[in-house]
Design a protein around this ligand. Structure first.
Ligand code: SF4
Length: 422
């Protein structure tokens, strides 16, 4: 195991949010807010890691319909099938959790690191490579992974790298560019890591939770893995719940659970909910929504990296939208004109809505939303547009109050964090 550039500075961000599970925990089995699962506890809970062939892994991933847990929800079996068998190939675990509201990947890295290693080693063995890199933003996660590698004898080839913590710096191609010695920014071209990854060789890259799920699949087998969850998407997933929610923190849930159950919302509840975090979607009808990636995508509210947030009735949601939009604008990597110039214009437009500007600034902002949409080399502008556009539709009553009175009368609760974790 090798370790690079790990700062030894403890910060407030080292404190984890509450860690919970709906039903029996799997990924989070044995973990708690202040309890890390070491190798002995991990093996007691999950048993020994069994070597799995590439054929077994591919068909098992397809059987449980596993989707990536980062943002794109790409089928993991297809990604594996696209990889060559080559010693030069790499496995990249992306632990660069860059969205300030999201905590789930850091919780897994800090509390359950051995499941991640089991998943990464299973993939590497299937591809016949020993090249495994784990990219993280924060020192506490790096320390936990470093300790996990020391606890076991099969992780000597794992490299842990600290990468930059900009919002778009967590995008997989940005991480790869940084690891290849370039700037940690998304590339100007959309090239898949399975074609051009670490050292410009084929790379199986996915986020931390995906690897933990692969580890669990290797340990349980497909039939047992699929005993929970929905028919369309078996298993569990982790979500980060933020704001006016009954269980704030990181929660492992069976896939298919109604979002109204998570929020304990009565039928017909019209309070606005943000699904999918800062590249996500504001909705005010959740009765029909379940935590399932395909279902949420079809409903127009993708789960992305799993942040679900609600603003209390006492707090102004519009000012939260303005603050997050300003963050999104400041995080443009500056490589694509429409993104670089358009997102700040949109942020100014949202701020003018908060201040009660009339219809002309609103129309100008809508034009900017149309201009930016579909114009970037990465998902950042489209995700940002989705966040703002859905807010304008869902928060129309608050918007009217701001337009007519300059305020909605609610206070600024600073609910949605905009400071990237250390
Ligand atoms: S779309 Fe924006 S964030 Fe993405 S590469 Fe272009 S400038 Fe950078």
């Amino acid at each position: 195991m090798t370790m690079t550039d790990v700062p030894r500075i403890a910060t407030d961000h080292d404190r984890l949010p509450p860690v919970l599970a709906f039903g029996a925990p799997r990924i989070l089995a044995g973990a708690a807010q202040d309890r890390r699962v070491d190798l002995a506890a991990h093996r007691t809970l999950h048993g020994a890691l069994v070597p799995r062939s590439r054929g077994w892994l591919s068909s098992s991933l397809a059987q449980v319909r596993m989707k990536g847990r980062g943002g794109a929800a790409f089928p993991v079996s297809i990604k594996l099938d696209a990889m060559p068998n080559a010693r030069s190939a790499s496995v990249l675990v992306n632990g660069s959790e860059s969205e300030p509201a999201s905590w789930k990947d850091r919780v897994i890295m800090r509390q359950c690191p051995h499941l991640i290693l089991d998943g990464a080693l299973t993939i590497a063995q299937a591809l016949r490579t020993k090249r495994i890199t784990i990219a993280v933003h924060d020192a506490a996660s790096a320390r936990s992974l470093e300790q996990a590698c020391r606890e076991r004898s099969d992780a000597s080839s794992v490299t842990i790298s600290i990468t930059g913590n900009a919002f778009v710096g967590g995008e997989i191609r940005a991480v790869i560019n940084g690891l290849n010695g370039g700037r940690a920014l998304p590339g100007g071209r959309r090239v898949l890591p399975t074609v051009d990854g670490i050292d410009h060789k084929a790379t199986f890259a996915s986020n931390v939770e995906t690897f933990a799920q692969i580890g669990l699949l290797a340990l349980l087998g497909a039939t047992e893995y699929a005993r929970v969850g929905s028919t369309n998407e078996p298993g569990t997933t982790l979500v980060t719940m933020v704001g006016d929610v009954p269980f704030p923190g990181v929660i492992e849930v069976p896939i298919g659970i109604p979002i109204a159950s998570l929020l304990q919302s009565p039928p017909g509840d019209r309070r606005a909910v943000l699904i999918g975090g800062y590249h996500g979607t504001w909705v005010d009808h959740i009765d029909h929504l379940v935590v399932e990636r395909d279902a949420l995508r079809i409903a127009g509210a993708p789960l992305n990296a799993g942040v679900i947030a609600r603003i209390s009735a006492d707090h102004c949601a519009l000012v939260e939208v303005a603050r997050v939009t300003s963050l999104l604008a400041s995080e443009s990597a500056g490589q694509c004109g429409p993104c670089f110039f358009g997102l700040p214009a949109i942020a100014r437009g949202v701020q003018s809505m908060v201040e009660g500007a009339g219809s002309e600034p609103m129309s100008r902002m809508v034009r900017h939303l149309d201009t930016v949409s579909g114009r970037g080399a990465c998902a950042h502008p489209d995700g940002s547009v989705q966040f703002v556009r859905s807010a304008m539709l869902t928060l129309d009553a608050e918007l009217r109050q701001h337009t007519e009175h300059g305020t909605c009368g609610r206070i600024d609760g600073h609910v949605l964090p905009v400071v990237a974790a250390a």
